[in-house]
Design a protein around this ligand. Structure first.
Ligand SMILES: NC(=O)c1ccc[n+]([C@@H]2O[C@H](COP(=O)([O-])OP(=O)(O)OC[C@H]3O[C@@H](n4cnc5c(N)ncnc54)[C@H](OP(=O)(O)O)[C@@H]3O)[C@@H](O)[C@H]2O)c1
Length: 243
């Protein structure tokens, strides 16, 4: 049987690494990417223990040439892509009143422009993998701030809403060819990114990376005729629909 292959950005730690672990355990081959080569290599060594192939491609999502290199490396290695996971992202807090515009630009580069370039550049391979009867999935790690506003996350929330919107339009254009996109929109997940707020919200009361990975894996199990545009994952109680 042909082994499935996924390309995961931000796959070295946090949510990306959790998705990589879930797919590796299910027998997938992987390409994982991030900036830091050392963490990527140690994560890859862990993933290879599940028995699959793992390609490591360091790339900065602000660097268009590096993104093109990542697309080329994955396609050359596997010649197929059953799941493109656009997960690498950055978070910056700040009010509209004094948010520096250069930070706004960098947020857009990493959280929106890079996913667009990846969706565009991987499209021929995604379409070919889906073929006439199969399916290929784009899984975009957005945020609950894409759907429900959160104070001081204007710029971040706008990038995540843009990412979710890209998935919706992508589905209008591509889902008839068997390639569909899902934005996953979680509240706080226990990773390095949420470290700053763990004094107020205990890490073990946050969503686990494995929870996000469970949704991502379920999406890869959907067939050609099942499109899940968005999955919102929120915390319980009063925190419902809040980050
Ligand atoms: N944690 C949360 O509460 C939460 C909630 C909702 C959504 N999200 C979203 O989930 C995604 C993953 O976040 P996380 O919580 O797993 O964060 P994380 O633990 O900080 O991991 C981020 C990953 O992205 C990579 N990365 C960051 N900037 C990059 C860049 N410029 N170019 C290439 N790779 C880059 C990191 O590796 P390097 O630093 O080595 O590049 C790392 O692998 C993000 O899109 C985030 O916005 C997070």
């Amino acid at each position: 049987m042909t082994r499935k292959a996924a390309l995961i950005t931000g796959g070295s730690r946090g949510i990306g690494a959790a998705i990589a672990e879930r797919l590796a355990a299910a027998g997938w081959d992987l390409t994982i990417s991030a900036r830091g080569a050392e963490t990527l290599e140690s994560t890859a060594a862990r993933l290879r223990a599940a028995g699959g192939r793992v390609e490591v491609v360091p790339a900065d999502m602000t660097d268009e040439a590096a993104i093109a290199g990542l697309i080329e490396a994955h396609t050359t290695a596997y010649g197929r892509c059953d799941a493109l996971v656009v997960n690498a992202g950055m978070g910056v807090m700040g009010s509209v009143a004094d948010f520096p515009v250069r930070r706004f630009d960098k947020l857009y580069q990493v959280n929106v422009r890079a996913p667009f370039l990846l969706m565009q550049g991987m499209l021929p391979t995604l379409r070919a993998t889906a073929g006439d009867r199969g399916a290929a999935k784009v899984i975009a790690i957005s945020s609950i701030t894409a759907v429900y506003p959160e104070p001081n996350l204007t710029a971040y929330g706008a990038t995540k809403a843009a990412l979710a919107s890209m998935c919706e339009t992508f589905n209008l254009e591509e889902s008839v060819r068997g390639v569909s996109a899902t934005s996953i929109c979680p509240g706080y997940v226990d990773t390095d990114m949420s470290e700053w707020t763990k004094g107020a919200i205990p890490a073990d009361e946050m969503i686990a990376g494995a929870d996000v990975a469970a949704i991502a894996y379920a999406v890869t199990e959907l067939g050609r005729y099942a499109v899940l545009p968005q999955a919102v994952l929120t915390r319980p109680g009063d925190n419902l629909h809040r980050a």
